[in-house]
Design a protein around this ligand. Structure first.
Ligand SMILES: [Zn+2]
Ligand SMILES: [Zn+2]
Length: 508
């Protein structure tokens, strides 16, 4: 049986897209209403991978990111101070202050770290700010088409969603000049010549606003307006937009029938769920922001996670212990050139693993008490050549931040500088075992040899339960009952220090 390598999903999508020779623009967009979380990352990484696959084929293609900073604040999220933000509900995110007071606006507060994260992942995007698109007048032609096509749009929405559109509904939401909100206004008239819209507001205000930044198209119309205007030929979106009667369905019809433009090629993706804590939703506050995640996951690993998985398969992301396996899986793939296409599309084809499993590095940095020079000394003494100390230190930085942020208690330990109190109440059999171990250890023994020695001596000491031997070692050195694999652990520590400590614990 011959094995035919399955085409990578990005290649399959690229070939499908290139039935239309282009030029192409792939558009991504995430509303900066709160921390942009790891679930959202799938959108830009998916788009970036398709972008790479298209560019390789010589296509003319641009990757953009539309910052929806002109969307209104929907509610006071759990991470916000209600006394400050209650009164901002309904106002565009670009138009009121941020929580730290150091950014130009609320939207900018969340956009800045997100855009920095994209740069860190070497994802280059052309950024459009929705407020500037509106304020510059770029969307005036689409606003006019939408206002003129109001009845047609209402009919499309009713046909696709099965929901009745109210008589006073308008595709345009003016921003009330009295209260600053765009969620309480009703359109009462408009002028094509003056490019203005008249409104009344729930607050009692009435007025006339410009089509250049005085309001915005409602979401279901805003999306296709942008497709037609930019124009967008490829649009990735989460599965919630892909349902029958969902915003892609209505958007595609509005794009064709109202804006006279072809809708973009859809690329639907599943969520990244945050394992153990349910799907990541900003509104619930259980947010794992992209920039915080990039502190503990190397960018190439995060990209690889998305690239190796078909878009419509869910990804469960667990930043606890499973993260160590993920990093090691990536290193394995990179060192054995397994899954070469996924590596290439992750931008990791030239990546050289540091040669120390991440899981192991997490232990080594703790054995070295977070002193990275010392960690390198320990590694070299134990048969790891560490050819690139700079790369090793960079990786160790991820291990250290993981220990601080996400490591469960059982992954943490600290070698005690003096005999810990927990080593003082060892059973006589445990003390005899430690004395025998101290007597049998020889300089230069490997982890494997020490491991075998511990087993043999524990059997001789006939401790009950047998794990009491390991517990004695951990109590003597760490002051806790458990720790990293004992043979390798002892091999990694300074031999003289280990001997003195075992003898001291045996003698108490
Ligand atoms: Zn801020
Ligand atoms: Zn108002």
């Amino acid at each position: 049986m011959t094995h035919v390598r399955e085409k990578h999903w990005a290649d399959a999508i690229a070939e499908e897209i290139l039935k239309n020779p282009g030029p192409h623009e792939i558009s991504t967009g995430i509303s900066p209403s709160g921390e942009i979380h790891i679930g959202n990352l799938r959108e830009v990484i998916t788009a970036d991978v398709v972008h790479r696959a298209l560019k390789e084929r010589g296509a003319q293609v641009v990757l953009d990111y539309v910052a929806d900073n002109f969307d209104p604040l929907r509610k006071v999220y759990p991470f916000l101070d209600a006394s400050v933000y209650e009164k901002q509900i309904g106002k565009p995110l670009s138009e009121f202050p941020c929580p730290c007071a150091r950014h130009a606006s609320y939207a900018e507060h969340f956009l800045e770290p997100f855009l920095a994260s994209l740069a860190k992942m070497r994802i280059e995007v052309k950024v459009y700010y929705a407020d500037r698109m509106y304020k510059s007048g770029m969307l005036v032609p689409q606003i006019l088409q939408a206002l003129k096509g109001r009845d047609l749009i209402a009919r499309i929405l009713e046909e696709c969603t099965g929901r009745k559109v109210e008589a006073q509904w308008s595709p345009f939401n003016p921003i009330c000049q009295s209260c600053g909100r765009m969620t309480e206004t009703l359109v009462t008239g408009w002028s094509e010549k003056a490019e203005t819209v008249d409104y009344t507001c729930g607050c009692g205000g009435t007025g006339t606003v410009s089509m250049r930044g005085g309001g915005k198209l409602t979401w279901r119309v805003d999306w296709p307006a942008r497709w037609a205007r930019i124009p967008v030929t490829i649009e990735p979106f989460g599965k919630d937009h892909a349902t029958r009667g969902g915003s892609y369905d209505t958007g595609a019809r509005i794009c064709r029938e109202v804006f006279n433009a072809p809708p973009p090629f859809p690329v639907t993706y599943e969520w990244i769920s945050f394992k153990g804590k349910g799907e990541l939703k900003k509104s619930k506050g259980n947010v794992l922001s992209v920039h915080r995640m990039l502190e503990v996951v190397p960018p190439e690993v995060l990209r690889y996670l998305v690239v190796k998985t078909r878009p419509m398969r869910s990804i469960a992301f667990d930043p606890g212990l499973p993260l160590l396996s993920l990093v090691d899986e990536f290193d394995d793939a990179a060192s054995q050139a397994r899954d070469p296409r996924a590596l290439e599309l992750s931008g990791a084809a030239q990546f050289k693993p540091v040669g120390v499993p991440f899981r192991h590095l997490v232990n080594v940095v703790q054995m070295a008490d977070f002193d990275l020079e010392q960690a390198i000394v320990i590694l070299r003494r134990n048969g790891y050549p560490v050819e690139d100390p700079g790369a090793l230190k960079e990786r160790a930085g991820y291990a250290i931040r993981w220990l601080r942020e996400f490591a469960p208690p059982e992954a943490k330990f600290s070698v005690q500088r003096s005999l810990p109190p927990e080593a003082r109440d060892l059973a006589p059999g445990q003390k005899r075992f430690l004395a025998a171990l101290a007597a049998a250890l020889r300089p230069g023994m490997t982890g494997e040899e020490i491991h075998a020695l511990i087993y043999a001596l524990a059997k001789e000491a006939a401790l009950d339960p047998p794990t009491a031997a390991f517990e004695a070692i951990y109590r003597a050195l760490l002051g806790q009952p458990k720790g990293p694999r004992a043979g390798w652990f002892l091999a990694f520590l300074d031999g003289g220090f280990v001997l003195r400590r075992l003898e001291e614990a045996a003698a108490t």
